[in-house]
Design a protein around this ligand. Structure first.
Ligand SMILES: [Zn+2]
Length: 134
């Protein structure tokens, strides 16, 4: 199965990360099999990489996947990057755990948490009273 750039299974904040990879793959006639988020990081799966380009392609993918841990998946903000390369700080600032790990900036994490809290409150409300909503 080959996927297009509009079929990725991760947030648009990472578009600037995976777009150059799609361009590289197109250039080299390499198949993009899947693009998704896993454990807070970008995963870019390819197939049919020519032997002579194997190292280059996978080095490129590795570098981009590593970058994704510092970039908000939702809005693309590169968070904490100015803090003299402290990876721990960066990860703590952008990674949220709520059943699963997501790499989000503070703003997007707050929005996500607020939405989750709102849904929970609505569910509780519905249990208590039958209320129609438009
Ligand atoms: Zn964000």
């Amino acid at each position: 199965m080959v996927v297009g750039i509009d079929e990725v299974e991760c947030g648009k904040g990472w578009a600037k990360l995976y777009t150059p990879l799609f361009q590289l793959c197109k250039l080299l006639n390499v198949e993009v099999l899947q693009v998704k988020e896993k454990f807070g990081g970008l995963r870019f799966y390819v197939g049919g990489v020519p032997n002579e380009q194997f190292d280059m392609v996978y080095a490129f993918i590795d570098a981009v996947e590593a970058q994704s841990y510092k970039v908000c998946e939702e809005c693309g903000i590169r968070n904490g990057a100015s803090r003299e390369g402290d990876k721990t700080y960066t990860r703590v600032k952008v990674t949220t755990e709520g059943g699963w790990i997501l790499t989000l900036c503070e703003q997007c994490r707050k929005e996500r948490d607020d939405k989750a809290a709102e849904q929970l409150a609505r569910r509780k409300n519905q249990d208590g009273q039958q209320e129609g909503e438009g």
